[in-house]
Design a protein around this ligand. Sequence first.
Ligand SMILES: N[C@@H](CCC(=O)N[C@@H](CS)C(=O)NCC(=O)O)C(=O)O
Length: 214
Amino acid sequence: MKLYDYYRSSAAYRVRIALNLKGLAPERAFVHLRQNVQRSDNYLALNPLGLVPALVTDGGAVLAQSLAIIEYLDETHPAPPLFPADPAARARVRGIALTIACEIHPLDNLRVLRYLLHTVGVTEAQKDAWYKYWIDVGLEALETQLSREPATGRFCHGDVPTLADICLVPQLANARRVDMDLSPYPTLNRIDAACRALPAFAAAEPARQPDAEA
Ligand SMILES: N[C@@H](CCC(=O)N[C@@H](CS)C(=O)NCC(=O)O)C(=O)O
C-alpha cells in the first residue's frame, strides 16, 4: 500500500492513526499542501479531488476520502476493530466522526480559506475568526453530546478507541495549532488525552512525521 500524506493534514492524520492501530506501515509519499502540490497534474491524475489523503491499495486501487479509507482498512484488517459490534453503537460512532468530518473540517479546509482570502476578500483576522467559529460550533455540540450520553467512556464510545476518536484527536490538534481556548470542552480534552497516551495516536502526530516542518 502507499499513502499520500501531509503532516499537517488532519484527514491524513486520521488515516495514520488507523494504520498504526492496525499495525500497518505502507509506503508514503508527501504532498506539500501549502505549495499546492495537490493541484499538480501528477497528483490530480491520481486523485481528481486534489485533496489528501489518498491510499493506493495492494491491488492498485486508488482510494480517496479518509473515512472510506479507514473503513476499507477495517474491513481488510479486522483486528483491532475500529467500530463497536452493535448497529446502534456503530451509528453513534459514525455520527460523531461525521460531525467532525462533515460539519467542521470542510469549512476550514485550506482551499476554503484561500477562497475567502483571495476571492471573497476577507481580511486575515476575518479568516481566522471563521476558522475558529466553525470549530467552536462543532466542538460545543460534541461536548454536550459526549458529556451527557452514557455510552461515552474512556474514549468517545466505551473504553476502546474507534473511528470517532480517530476523527476527534486531529480536529483538536488543528484547534490547538491556532491557539484556541479548549477549556470549555473538558470531556473532549479528557478523551483526547487518553487517546494521545496510546502509541498508535502518538506516532501519528504531525510533528512526528518525516515531512514535518518547524
Ligand atoms: N473529506 C476529505 C477531506 C480531505 C481534505 O480536505 N484534505 C485536506 C487536508 S486536511 C486537503 O487536502 N486540502 C487541500 C486544499 O484544501 O487545497 C477526507 O476526509 O479525506
